[in-house]
Design a protein around this ligand. Structure first.
Ligand code: AMP
Ligand code: MG
Length: 404
């Protein structure tokens, strides 16, 4: 054995730590102001600090009646005002109650809201309260959610619909976010042809290009689609050289130790190359390097390998480049619905799903079979050196977690 084959395999978590360190060494520093409506998927550049209390004033959680318990001896009360959401109330007249609706400000002097279902309007229009009352009931106090000066979201948060809602509730119309990461996607291989064209002898359709381009867009990246690169050193060098304006060149294929490892050759000559033999299945070979200063990640070409290595390694790397703190996908233990008798030397990520609460995997786990992942709901982790009995708990990474 020679070259990469002779090297020890790198555990997934070690590769992850190294990639994240490299991401942190070249953070995206540019910032931009974007409208809230355009901020979905963007990364917050600064902490988001509340400039007002939420809610800004005590308000009613119910449709009902506001009153002051201290003044109340249990007798029916006349209604002195009606307060709808969006109105500014008068202070409560002592010895009265106020008709109040959900979201309306509780008038000064009132300290309790009774829901209308527990109130009875008498013939004389006074209101009788049927149930015992408690101070503060059905009132959402001022600052219940947050108070002025409190950090509501930290820098490095990815803005999803919920975070955007929160920013809006604080009155923000724009946010300062990190510039999108610019990623060039290169598919390598003489055998590749784009869908829509007739398939020639020995050719296959390029599936990784659209897979990665659409995925990267979901991750908030700016995608530079660099097309198909033939297995040719000169053309590889030229293609890499034309991508000096991107933050990352992401290629697929051509990273195995075969003859056609032109990406590796180009990096070795004009940059810097680390060839990693990862203890991961699918997806053993992974290239990381620089071409004239531009970081390059070379993922294995088999579509299921591309998917798994992108999900587990390239995705966190790209998020961290944008300053995202929380880059590890959520995972949770699920009981195995299968047995696994042969311990592997690589950590295996089976494309699987949950059936009746148990994890099962697609019948064909070949790294060339993308259908396994289309069938799957997630990746079932089988750790290296382990066997699995039915009911054993295994980590499950939902694909929905990593796809966005
Ligand atoms: P390679 O790493 O270039 O040796 O590619 C490994 C396998 O993945 C080969 O069977 C390739 O034909 C296949 N492959 C590489 N790139 C792609 C692609 N963009 N779309 C579909 N299959 C690919
Ligand atoms: Mg190839």
């Amino acid at each position: 054995m020679s070259g990469i084959e002779a090297r020890p395999m790198i555990p997934v978590e070690v590769a992850m730590v190294r990639l994240l360190e490299m991401a942190e060494a070249t953070p995206i520093l540019e910032r931009e102001r974007v409208l809230l409506a355009h901020a979905e998927g963007r990364v917050l550049a600064n902490d988001l600090v509340a400039t007002l209390d939420l809610p800004p004033w005590p308000n009613s959680a119910m449709d009902g009646y506001a009153l002051r318990l201290a003044d109340w001896a249990g007798e029916p009360l006349p209604v002195s005002q009606r307060i709808f959401a969006g109105q500014a109330p008068e202070p409560l007249t002592p010895g009265t109650c106020a008709r109040i609706f959900t979201g309306a400000p509780v008038p000064a002097g009132a300290d309790c809201v009774e829901m209308q279902e527990n109130a009875e309007v008498q013939d004389d229009q006074r209101v009788r309260f049927i149930e015992p009352l408690k101070t503060g009931q059905n009132i959402r106090p001022q600052g219940q959610e947050t108070t002025v000066g409190e950090q509501v979201l930290a820098a490095g948060t990815r803005m999803g619909p919920i975070e955007l809602g929160l920013a809006a509730s604080l009155g923000l119309a724009e946010l300062t976010v990190v510039r999108r990461v610019r990623v060039a996607v290169l598919s390598t291989g003489d055998e590749l042809i784009e869908p829509g064209l007739p398939l020639g002898p020995g050719q296959i359709y390029n599936s990784n290009r659209v897979l990665l381009c659409s995925w990267l867009q979901r991750l908030g990246c700016e995608v530079v689609d660099a097309g198909i690169l033939p297995d040719d050193l000169e053309k590889t060098r030229h293609a890499l050289g034309s991508l000096s304006h991107v933050d990352l060149i992401l290629s697929t294929g051509g990273v195995s130790v075969g003859e056609a490892d032109f990406l590796g050759h180009a990096l070795r000559e004009d940059g810097e190359l680390s060839l990693w033999k990862l203890a991961i299945k699918p997806g053993k070979p992974l290239t990381f390097g620089h071409f004239r200063g531009v970081p390059v990640i070379g993922l294995p070409g088999n579509p299921a390998s591309t998917l798994v290595t992108f999900a587990l390694l390239a995705r966190p790397y790209l998020l961290r480049r944008q300053g995202v703190t929380d880059v590890a996908p959520m995972q949770f233990p699920v009981p195995a619905g299968f047995t696994w008798n042969k311990p592997g030397d690589r950590r295996e990520y089976l494309r699987g799903r949950l059936e009746q609460g148990r994890a099962v995997y697609y019948s064909n786990q070949s790294s060339g079979v993308l259908r396994s992942a289309a069938w799957a709901e997630g990746l079932i982790e089988v750790r290296e050196g382990t066997t699995v009995a039915e009911g054993d708990w295994l980590n499950f990474i939902p694909l929905s977690e990593v796809l966005g």
